[in-house]
Ligand binder design. Sequence first.
Ligand SMILES: C[S@@+](CC[C@H](N)C(=O)[O-])C[C@H]1O[C@@H](n2cnc3c(N)ncnc32)[C@H](O)[C@@H]1O
Length: 260
Amino acid sequence: MSISKDVAKSYQQVSLFQREEGKKLIDDVEIHRGHVILDLGCGTGELSVYLSELVGQDGRVVAVDPDSYRVEVARESHREVKNLAFHEGSSASFPGMGLKTYDIVFSNFVFHWIKDKEEAFKNMFRSLKPAGKIVVSYTDRLPSIVSKIYRELQNSESMERMLSKRWYERRANMEEMCSAAGFEIIKSVDVKMDDFEFENVESLCSFFLATNQGRFISELATGDKVSRFCAQYSSGENSKPLTVYTDEGDYYCVLTAAKS
Ligand SMILES: C[S@@+](CC[C@H](N)C(=O)[O-])C[C@H]1O[C@@H](n2cnc3c(N)ncnc32)[C@H](O)[C@@H]1O
């Protein structure tokens, strides 16, 4: 849960990485006009809007997130979209659960925030229509560049606070849970992460503050720490645009599966 509505609003402004990768994920599945889609863990709803355009007025999108501030921001920002409804909810409880409601469950960068993944897979399975699909992206570990950012710019306490909300699960275990819920896996792959581009160090801090729902402490990223970090891991300097290099092994995972 974001610590304030401002932090939730900030997520809407900084979450370009999630949005771009989410669009690629959506464009990779067949979405038809008239489809009913669940956007599980919708954040501030920008990808939910994209989905609602694809399903058209005969279709609809139900978007849920447990962060009430993000849901509030989503509702206020996308009121005009008639075939889209935002709800406070989660993988444990969402509208239409267990009722074979959905053609597709879409969930972008959410599963590493879900503790009970077995339950999540089961709930998605029983909420899909026959032949319905799940389209999921997640990280199965803390990407090494993110770990460096936390280590260099934060202290052990804030790092622990940030990591306490994530439950990473390796791809093989995700596949096992997915199959055990009854799904037939269509695709399970790693996608290399591009380097991160930031306008300056402040925008880097804003990104990690917003994506960690306020648990990243910008004040800890003091001038000397930042200079050291930039010299080692980026092409930029403190106040200039910077490219933060991801490591060779930094990737996220994509899983698509069908209710057979
Ligand atoms: C990285 S954000 C992604 C948001 C959105 N899908 C996007 O791509 O911008 C992860 C979201 O998952 C939500 N979340 C955390 N636990 C969840 C759960 N158990 N069920 C559904 N969503 C959850 C968080 O509140 C957060 O908004």
